[in-house]
Design a protein around this ligand. Sequence first.
Ligand SMILES: Cc1ncc(COP(=O)(O)O)c(C=O)c1O
Length: 430
Amino acid sequence: MNAPNETLEPPKTLRPRPKLGLGNAWIGQEEELLVSQVLRTKRPFRYTYDLAPEEQGTMTATLERETREKMQVGYALAVTSGTAALETALAALGIGPGDEVIVPAWSWVSCFTSVVRMGALPVLAEIDETFCLAKGEITRLVTPRTKAVMVLHYQGVAADMDDLMAEARAAGIRVIEDCAQSIGATYRGRHAGTIGDIGIYSYQFQKSITSGEGGMVVTQDARLYERAVRFHDLGFLRPHHALFVTPECGDFCGAQYRMNELTGAVALAQFRKLDKMRAHCRALSRRILSGINDLPGLEFRRIPDPDGDSGFEIYFCLESADLAQEFSRQLHARNVNCSKMTGTYCQYERGYCKNRATYHPASSPFAKFTEWPAPGYRAEDFPKTEALVHRFVSLPLGVLYTGDDADYITETVREVHREIFAANGHIALE
Ligand SMILES: Cc1ncc(COP(=O)(O)O)c(C=O)c1O
């Protein structure tokens, strides 16, 4: 009789798991240099009055200028976070109590909470196989109270902007583009964030480029810029910003979301690395996709403009949630990273949506609903979204991944596919 282990194959030595990371993995001398420049000047505040308005805020102002130039957009305003940027964008559009904003149900916490914080009602919408807002949802959900739609460009990929813009314009509402996860992504040659009325980026730690925390608001509209500047700085329009826009609105009560110069220095150094980082991830993603896109049974995420995506995460769906879970389990066991890199969940599954609590009951846009959860805030109201979000596998890529990593991922996806479908036996094998 054989010894117990004799018939087993010798254990394979696994390839080391590649290290994840986007901008954060490339923090280096460039960031150090700019941060030390700020420290040497002893001016970490952007509006120092010993300098003329045009010289104030070397790092933040340069970041804003380079953003305007790169994104081909008229105005850019640095703020403290992507969430602050969303609130600033909503405030710039004058959105408040009594208003409704259409938001994809599958989105980040602050897509919902920023609307609620402004006193407005988030109206949840379905996503489609792009993992972004589905076409037809604006038309379905618009009411006389709808002021805007928040289009989220999910994980490096721009949404179906031509169709969504046409719908929003037909409905007479404004478009906020949330590009927190998609800085640098383009749609038919235009930068995500610059197609609608106002857009935002985030420099939080897990984003493509990072200063730990930080954000940016962009717009082509001078008045929206003036209102954004005022909202982010206690209602003021300081002389530096008056260089770009002639003031027309008076002071109003704003928030305090100003970016400081140290954050600006890191964000600026990172911003200058954006193209290189995108090129690296896009090349890896193309290499993997070309090796797995023939596999039967995998439905790949639809990318409305494949020339513009950032390529740092590949998504495909399987027939069932169980199959997707098993696929991910087996990839993970072979040292292929496959956890999704965002905290994106369905809003109707989150605690604040389930209990409709706000920081003060009088500020709640949900008070008018006699029953809760009201229709539109329950999983059963989102059949399309539910049919997608439990069945996907994601393959995050990163700046430290190599071509060999990409080839290993390709081979491993094929191997796991072969084994899973052989075990399930219902799809022709390669
Ligand atoms: C889609 C989306 N919007 C907004 C934000 C908010 O950005 P921040 O974390 O910088 O506040 C995030 C951050 O995760 C996000 O993913």
